[in-house]
Design a protein around this ligand. Structure first.
Ligand SMILES: NC(=O)c1ccc[n+]([C@@H]2O[C@H](COP(=O)([O-])OP(=O)(O)OC[C@H]3O[C@@H](n4cnc5c(N)ncnc54)[C@H](OP(=O)(O)O)[C@@H]3O)[C@@H](O)[C@H]2O)c1
Length: 353
């Protein structure tokens, strides 16, 4: 096999499509690491159970993959304080360090290590950010675990045979029924509930968000970007933004969603969704029956708190794709069309009304 990828966090949002994109190329074999590997059998794909917070467990897992040529780090530690947007710096850094220690000890043919970061590098979650965000913009006031992880990775790569890269995607979205924290079911569940109640499709976020310039990253787009970074010489030892390549506004997309659901398009009317939708479980059960959906509780389909974050942003979110394009990554996705296509796929699978 030409390339053997070890993906740490292989079942997560950032990695699911990476597994597919790599396996679509016969030159790649994939080994996925996570604590709860799926019982999935597929050619050129194996999973190894591993707890990245445990150095010994990680060392043992990597000792089983001495042929690894590429590492992709797409895991994340448990969120520590969601209320102020601070994630666990020490925990996230230690997980990456355990992986690097294990790989350097066991994988003599290691060529490249890729790290997934995100637009939070630019403080997108903290308020207005410098726009468009460029990869070499000054950092915001720490803590930000991406800074510690990238510093660790770039420092470790110095003087080594292997190189590194990092991707900075925006909001990831996908057809991912196993993942309720995803903007596609958020839109579909909201629209389905509005339809059931005979309401117009209001926008339940901040008025400034409705008209803000936004970006997002389809999970397959990120996967293609990661594969490119891991193999292109122009991407060595550099971070790159990876968005769909264009921008959108909720105010432009909203009438299209209203049309898809046969609803009148409403206007921005902010709600705290986490609180306001807490009593909608019984209504969801009615919708499930009414539309003959796969029976599952509303919380398994949609995470309303995520909507409060996504639709509570009152500033533009724009990352420059110039560096990626000049270095050779040209894939582009029409975000509006792709969101609508994913919605349609959920509906066809009877997961959303
Ligand atoms: N999701 C987004 O919208 C988004 C957007 C931009 C950037 N990002 C970034 O992408 C990175 C990955 O996030 P994600 O959203 O893809 O995470 P996720 O969906 O929560 O997936 C995390 C993955 O890591 C594994 N994992 C977690 N703890 C582990 C441990 N102790 N040992 C081994 N494996 C472990 C999980 O599997 P097990 O639970 O089975 O261990 C899972 O495969 C993060 O840096 C995040 O900030 C995400």
């Amino acid at each position: 096999m030409q390339h053997v990828a070890v993906i740490a966090g292989a079942t997560g949002a950032a990695a699911k499509r990476l597994v597919e994109v790599l396996l679509a190329d016969p030159a790649w074999e994939v080994v996925g690491l996570c604590r709860r590997p799926p019982a999935l059998k597929r050619e050129r794909l194996t999973y190894i159970a591993c707890d990245l917070t445990d150095a010994a467990s990680t060392r043992l897992a990597l000792a089983r993959t001495p042929q690894a040529t590429h590492l992709f780090y797409t895991a994340r530690a448990q969120f520590s304080d969601a209320s102020i947007g601070v994630e666990d710096v020490a925990g996230n850094r230690a997980m990456l360090q355990n992986l690097l220690d294990g790989a350097e000890a066991a994988c003599p043919g290691l060529q490249h290590v890729h790290l997934v970061e995100g637009t939070k590098w630019y403080g997108m979650h903290l308020g207005a950010m410098r726009l468009p965000a460029h990869e070499d913009d000054p950092r915001h006031m720490p803590p930000n675990f991406y800074y510690d992880q990238q510093d660790l990775l770039s420092g470790r790569a110095e003087g080594k045979r292997w190189t590194w890269s990092a991707s900075r995607p925006g909001f990831l979205y996908d057809f991912a029924p196993e993942r309720p924290r995803n903007l596609v079911p958020l839109i579909g569940a909201w629209a389905g509930i509005c339809a059931e109640l005979g309401l117009p499709l209001d926008f339940p976020g901040k008025p400034a968000c409705y008209d803000a310039l936004m970006e997002a990253t389809d999970a397959t787009q990120l996967a293609r970007g990661m594969k490119w970074m891991a193999t292109a010489s122009a991407a060595r030892n550099e971070p790159f933004n990876v968005t769909d390549g264009g921008l959108f506004r909720w105010s432009r997309l909203w009438p299209k969603i209203a049309r898809l659901y046969g609803l009148e398009c409403g206007s921005p009317r902010p709600l705290n969704l986490g609180r306001w939708m807490a009593d909608k479980g019984p209504l969801w059960e009615t919708i499930v029956k009414h539309h003959n959906l796969v029976a599952q509780p509303m919380e398994a389909v949609v995470t309303w708190n995520f909507g409060d974050f996504l639709w509570g942003l009152e500033h533009d979110v724009v990352s420059s794709m110039t560096k990626s394009r000049l270095a050779g990554f040209h894939d582009t996705i029409d975000t509006e069309a792709r969101i609508l296509a994913h919605l349609q796929r959920y509906r066809e699978a009877r997961l959303l009304p």
